[in-house]
Ligand binder design. Structure first.
Ligand code: ATP
Ligand code: IP8
Length: 263
């Protein structure tokens, strides 16, 4: 099989995460879709795309307290609403990728996976593997899942990506967000400096860091923790800006070090 890359398109990139309203950032989505199509046309590799939620998922998940588990019937509506909102975003992402020329096809994490106390313990990968063999690009997303301990829970794209990377033996993971990598302080601060390489040794620098907008899954710090574990298994991750021209394309084509490397 060809090499497998996994790309996460962050909610901070493809939505307007700072606004608490569910809005797509059409410009950014079109741009990254085009770059993915160009990279696939230039080089042969298998690709899975996972996208984040922004306000499409984090706002209803917070309102209905879905990370606390299922406590009563009033949350049923929240489960349905949060999933439906993510499906809406997913169809916009798939549509944009197809318009750019990518053979993208949605997969629904809530129908394939199970959580146990917030951790993904099962995910049916059979269909995804076959899709990859046929040259299709599966496109999943952060979603509401059944949790065997708590009833329901939220699967972040940041947890799904390393799971898929481990199980399917990916050679590279790329996370595209609105800023170019991980910074020593919030990148909205003008004095923020990019960290070129994050390892277990210097990860402490991120303690207490938050994210932008509403986020029920732990933001940037949680993201780094998830991918550090992956790095320890020998699969490196790069966090880059999806806004900077051609950064995603260049990274897909093999360039390293444009953003932050987690290894
Ligand atoms: P989503 O979880 O909705 O998919 P995402 O994966 O794009 O979103 P976030 O979890 O929101 O990303 O993390 C990226 C955001 O974290 C950026 O928008 C940035 O403003 C914020 N942030 C805060 N501190 C830092 C930091 N030290 N380095 C990089 N980004 C930071
Ligand atoms: O934005 C969160 O996924 P993430 C998914 O990748 C929901 O953390 C439904 C909030």
């Amino acid at each position: 099989m060809k090499e497998l890359y996994i790309v996460k398109l962050g909610g901070s990139l493809i939505t307007r995460k700072d606004a608490d309203e569910a809005l797509v950032n059409d410009g950014n989505l079109k741009k990254v879709s085009g770059e993915i199509a160009q990279a696939l046309a230039k080089k042969k590799f298998n690709l899975i795309i996972v996208h984040g939620a922004g306000a499409f998922g984090h706002v209803p998940a917070k309102k209905y307290k879905l990370t606390s588990g299922f406590k009563g019937k009033e949350q049923s509506k929240g489960i349905a609403l949060t999933h439906a909102s993510m499906e809406r975003l997913n169809s916009r992402v798939v549509e944009s990728l197809m318009k750019a020329g990518v053979n993208a096809m949605a997969f629904q994490p809530s129908a394939a996976g199970l959580l146990e106390d917030g951790r993904l313990v099962y995910f049916n990968l059979d269909a995804i593997e076959e899709m990859l063999r046929m040259g299709v690009v599966p496109v999943g997303y952060g979603d509401v899942l059944v949790d065997l301990d708590k009833g329901c829970g939220i699967l972040s794209g940041d947890q799904l990506v390393p799971y898929l990377a481990k199980e399917l033996d990916a050679s590279r993971v790329i996370i595209a967000t609105d800023y170019n990598g991980i910074f020593d302080v919030d990148p909205k601060d003008k004095k923020a400096r990019k960290i070129d390489v994050i390892t277990r040794k210097n990860v402490g620098i991120l303690s207490g860091r938050k994210t932008s907008g509403t986020d029920v899954t732990g933001g940037i710090k949680r993201k780094v923790e998830e991918i550090l574990e992956l790095a320890e298994r020998g699969i490196p991750t790069e966090i880059i800006s999806g806004r900077k021209k051609d950064f995603l394309k260049r990274t897909l084509l093999g360039e390293k070090g444009l953003g932050t490397i987690v290894e």
